[in-house]
Write a protein of this length. Structure first.
Length: 122
């Protein structure tokens, strides 16, 4: 994951400066697909770590519970952060922090109470 983020930050200017070129667009899509596959593969390889590390297990559980709110709000946060005209090196940690903060609030204030009200069918 660290390799993916580093590669993205290093290639960000190349992709944004040449975004109208069809070849660069194709390379960007290909890059994102390969990165997604490698990220999935890295999680498969790191599965034994989840069995032995309670911290990794708790972080993974926290993120998995918040995926729906992350899905709902990530584009809004990208839009807001993108309007700030900050450098990508500053925008990325701000984006991740805001996304985590908002998804935590949404999960704890809305999703969790609604899940408790849901009828248990089993």
């Amino acid at each position: 994951m660290v390799i993916f983020i580093s590669t993205f930050l290093l290639s960000y200017k190349f992709f944004t400066l040449n975004k109208l070129d069809p070849d660069v667009r194709f390379l960007f899509i290909l890059f994102m697909q390969i990165s997604s596959g490698l990220t999935l593969f890295s999680f498969i390889l790191s599965e034994p770590l989840f069995k032995y590390s309670q911290i990794i297990k708790k972080i993974s559980l926290l993120i998995s519970q918040q995926t729906y709110s992350i899905y709902l709000f990530h584009l809004i946060i990208i839009y807001i952060v993108n309007k700030s005209d900050l450098s990508v090196y500053l925008m990325t940690p701000i984006y991740i922090s805001l996304l985590f903060l908002i998804s935590t609030l949404i999960y704890n204030l809305f999703e969790k109470p609604l899940l408790k009200l849901r009828p248990n069918i089993t």
